[in-house]
Design a protein around this ligand. Structure first.
Ligand code: 3H9
Length: 682
């Protein structure tokens, strides 16, 4: 019998149980009307003597993805989530949570306040709050350790790890895994047994210390991680109510922190990035078979991604030995991923991998991706072959990271079928994918590229065709500015340390050493004749390469490497090369403070971002943040360069641009800051 229909919580009686079903698409987030609806339904459950208990479930195939992240910037509106959880515990009848889809954050906290939890196979459970710069704010840090022990709770809450239903059962978080969670929850008769009344299991101090150290390391000691650790540890020493109050205080403080705001921005920016602007929406072409041209590292990575997504892959290479090695490596990698439970066992077989040495073998491909050496002539020749052999209507993609997609497309008789798919290395790991539209790309090509990216579980971002697309163009401007700072007076380690302190995974010179300086050296040599002599040019990298210092792989670059470990600073050879460059430019070297280094580097990124947006290379400003955070080690907690710029004082930002304009000199193009700082998504 149906007894009540509210907009977001539908309550009906089944087998003497009040089934409270949350219906708040898309993910049943715990927004205010849901909280109010639950409190009302719980009051009915308590008051109706004919009911033996309640079940809380979610409509639309999912339980609850957590608190409503959109509400975080606003003042909390009652009833608050802790009030709802208190009502569940205070209800005289047992309440069971029927979990499916996502039971995350506040959703799992709500389930932990219930008297039992039944999860459907396929449910994902976790307390991922630290990824949003906060900690659980409704008892998660106090109840979870009472079920799992402190060390496991430190791991789960400190890293935000997500668990399968089976793993959650093994840890005691759920009581039962069932094929149909709602029927199993209705059938379940647990009695009243609040988790808050359980003792925290005793554990050896060194086990807890180890878990704490691991969580700190994984979470780079960010404030939310430190608070999460403190809150979980408090569960073992404080009475439940006191631990709860301490957790709530920390949650409320973190919720309004700049770091949490930046992380929320990234959450929504990533979801926005994969959406095409209305004008570009079209039915994507079907992609079931992919040909990857080139069995090098990049080709292999792309092939692995496509195989893991269940596609058929034709891996083409002329070099039989390389091809055989790649085939073997792919088989091993897939088997390992299946054994680790990362992919389904049926994806590990090699039935869908075809190793090809003749161009005719690519005929069945719906999509051909070229992943050969980054050289225009080489890529054009490959595209002539692809054009001659690929079936009509197939999508022809280049994995170039810098080159002009239109010039590559011009090597074919069908430029309308050509687009760029710029994967990042290692391509089977990195989520970012730049989908580059050429001038002649057919209207359905952008949709096909984006859909293909999503199918590969990547984060595709649409770009226009321009040197370096979004990521490499900005990175190039940033690295160039850092080279200017070398000549102006900073040492590589000053710059790297300043940027690592800001939060970059690695500074630009450490990155350059890691990727190898010789590639950039060759590129510079190839462009030397075209370079305008009036443009500022820093020759340090060339001089390092002339001395055989190609970076980490040769034992020395900007830094030296003994047994693979980077030296703390640069040596005399590097310093004299840099000093000579400063002298040749007539500069008196001056120490640059870390803040100046950070601001000049960021200003270079911001300026280039403004140019990219104005030039239509980026569709939206937030896409630039997604690319820099996902592909270039920009700290996620700072929200990307555009978000950073929007949080800065405008006058100071303009002054930063004046400084980089002066440092760059001839050829500096100032980006339209107004557009960058005010643009909102189309
Ligand atoms: C929390 O709970 C704090 C508590 O401790 C405090 C209590 C006091 N809120 O990812 P998708 C939207 S913090 C609002 O594309 P999927 C999302 O924006 C929260 N909206 O789908 C998107 O909207 P649109 C802790 C949310 O199937 C749509 O749902 N929880 C929320 O790939 C689909 O999302 C988390 O951190 C939300 N909480 O993945 C979980 N979640 O269509 C965060 C999603 O307009 N969420 N949306 O773009 C996720 O991990 C994934 O979204 C999920 C679905 C796995 C649920």
């Amino acid at each position: 019998m149906r007894i009540d229909t509210m907009s977001v919580v539908v309550a009906r009686i089944e087998d003497g149980v009040l089934l409270m079903e949350i219906n708040n698409p898309p993910v049943n987030a715990l927004s205010q009307p849901v909280r109010a609806g639950l409190v009302e339904a719980l009051e009915r459950l308590a008051a109706d003597d004919t009911l033996r208990g309640g079940v809380i479930a979610g409509a639309g195939g999912t339980f609850i993805a957590g608190a409503d992240i959109k509400e975080f910037g606003k003042p909390p509106a009652p009833p608050l989530l802790p009030d709802v959880l208190a009502a569940i515990e205070a209800c005289p009848k047992p309440v069971v949570a029927a979990l499916q889809g996502a039971a995350l954050g506040g959703g799992l906290e709500l389930a932990l306040a219930c008297d039992a939890r039944v999860a459907q196979a396929g449910t994902v459970l976790g307390l991922p709050e630290v990824a949003l710069g906060i900690i659980p704010g409704a008892g998660g840090t106090q109840r979870l350790p009472r079920l799992t022990g402190v060390s496991t709770a430190l791991r789960l809450i400190g890293t935000g790890e997500r668990l399968s239903a089976e793993a959650a059962k093994a840890l005691g978080i759920v009581d039962e895994v069932a094929p149909d969670a709602v029927s199993a929850a209705i059938a379940c008769r647990p009695g009243k047994r609040p988790v808050s009344k359980l003792p925290v299991p005793a554990e050896a101090a060194d086990v807890i210390a180890k878990a704490e150290a691991a969580a700190l390391k994984a979470g780079k000691s960010r404030p939310a991680v430190m608070e999460a650790i403190a809150a979980v540890k408090a569960a073992a020493t404080l009475p439940f109510a006191e631990g709860l109050a301490q957790e709530r205080d920390a949650f409320l403080n973190l919720r309004t922190s700049p770091e949490a705001a930046a992380l929320r921005h990234m959450f929504f920016a990533e979801r926005e990035a994969v959406r095409l602007p209305a004008a570009l929406r079209a039915k994507p072409r079907r992609v079931e078979t992919v040909a990857v041209i080139g069995a090098g590292t990049m080709g292999r990575g792309i092939a692995q991604s496509a195989l893991e997504a269940g596609l058929t892959v034709i891996l083409y290479d002329l070099n039989a030995e390389l091809l055989a090695t790649a085939g073997e490596a792919l088989r091993t990698a897939l088997a390992e991923r299946a054994a680790a439970g990362k992919i389904a066992a049926d994806l590990a077989g090699n039935a869908r991998l075809v190793l090809a040495r003749t161009w005719a073998d690519i005929v069945p491909a719906d999509l051909v991706i070229e992943a050969v050496f980054e050289d225009l002539a080489v890529k054009q020749e490959v595209f002539r072959q692809i054009d001659a052999h690929a079936r009509l209507g197939a999508v022809l993609a280049t994995n170039t990271s810098y080159l002009d997609v239109d010039v590559i497309a011009a090597a074919t008789a069908r430029p309308q079928d050509v687009l760029g798919l710029h994967f990042f290395s290692p391509a089977n790991v990195m989520k970012l994918l730049e989908v580059v539209r050429g001038a002649h790309s057919a209207p359905d090509l952008a949709a096909t590229g984006m859909e293909f990216g999503k199918h590969l579980k990547k984060l595709p971002v649409l770009c226009g065709n321009g040197f370096g697309f979004i990521g490499n163009r900005i990175y190039n401007a940033y690295r160039t500015q850092c080279e200017y700072m070398l000549e102006d007076g900073a040492w590589p380690e000053d710059i790297d340390t300043a940027l690592e302190t800001f939060g970059f995974a690695m500074g630009p010179f450490a990155v350059a050493d890691l990727s190898g300086l010789d590639i950039a050296w060759r590129m510079r040599a190839a462009q030397a004749a075209m370079r305008d002599a009036r443009k500022r040019y820093v020759p340090v990298l060339d001089h390092l390469c002339e001395q055989g210092r190609f970076g980490r792989k040769s034992g020395a670059g900007y830094y030296t490497y003994a047994e693979g470990r980077r030296s703390a600073g640069t040596d005399d050879t590097v310093r004299s090369i840099i000093e000579a460059a400063s002298a040749a430019r007539g500069l008196t070297r001056r120490t640059l403070a870390p803040e100046i280094i950070q601001r000049r580097s960021l200003a270079a990124m911001v300026n280039e971002a403004a140019l990219l947006l104005a030039g239509g290379i980026a569709q939206r400003a937030s896409d630039i943040d997604v690319v820099l955070v996902q592909g270039y080690g920009f700290p996620r907690f700072a929200g990307g360069p555009v978000y950073w710029a929007r949080t800065q004082d405008r006058t100071t930002l303009e002054r930063d641009l004046d400084i980089i304009a002066a440092a760059t000199g001839f050829g500096f193009e100032r980006g339209p800051l107004d557009l960058l700082l005010t643009e909102s998504a189309p």
